[in-house]
Design a protein around this ligand. Sequence first.
Ligand code: NAD
Ligand code: 0WE
Length: 259
Amino acid sequence: MLDLTGKRALVTGIANDRSIAWGIAQQLHRAGAELGVTYLPDERDRFRQKVADLTAPLNPTLFMPCNVQNDTQVDELFQTIADKWGTLDILIHCLAFAGKEALTGDFSAVSRENFLQALDISAYSLVQLARGAKPLMSSGGSIITLTYLGGVRVIPNYNTMGIAKAALEMNVRYLASELGPQNIRVNAISAGPIRTLASSAVGGILDMIHHVEAVAPLRRSVTQAEVGATAAFLGSDLASGITGQVIYVDAGYEIMGMG
Ligand code: NAD
Ligand code: 0WE
């Protein structure tokens, strides 16, 4: 049975009730995990109260700011986990960002600045968080990130984010190899397109979802809850033999040759 009681999970990437990370947090909570939640702080702290209110029903025992571009903040996050929890069992990496100009038009037009920013926030951050989690996962653990098919195939306009996801998926393999001897598993979930804050800012996302609904084997798109259920599985002892993998939660879309 899927049972996460006694496990502590840190969830990054909750922005609102459409976030994939929110679907994951709900499923982890349902399976009995104790939750820690991070939010992206800004000058007006818009997200802090929003994310706090949203997640309150899940009784998080840790609530911290975390901008992955701020090394001090990331250090403080893991220091707090060490002080309050002592150990960590599950780490959810569910964040990405690229400048708008890097997600449209000619890929070759991308600036060095936009390219590096996308790779920094969307791919390097997994290495950074895994490094922080490593000493806290002394009795093993499970690290889970979110990726997209655009890291493997060319999807119109995904552009620089595709390069970032390719790097992210390779990070998963190198981290799995390094951390495996410590019984820390590292996997990615490749989700089909879902309407979220990040995806809604992308022109044509609804058309993409409709396309998936027309051609995917299951003839529908996937939900945050379905992605969350797979994350709960990967975080649990049921998945004790799985590491270094990219699991598709996409209604089967990835297998189709005439997508
Ligand atoms: P979302 O907007 O709800 O989540 C993105 C999160 O990234 C936000 O919570 C935001 O605060 C966070 N973030 C951005 N910059 C950050 C930084 N510097 N430091 C810390 N956090 C930062 O959108 P989502 O669709 O739920 O995205 C979550 C993950 O799922 C991303 O990795 C995305 O690539 C992936 N994904 C999304 C889809 C989709 O169609 N929505 C499909 C496959 C994979
Ligand atoms: O990973 C993503 C989206 C990530 C994302 C979205 C934005 C929009 C707002 C990263 N950075 C930004 N920056 C912004 O300023 N997805 C998998 C969803 C998505 O995005 C696409 C897609 C799909 C699917 C972009 C182009 C084509 C398809």
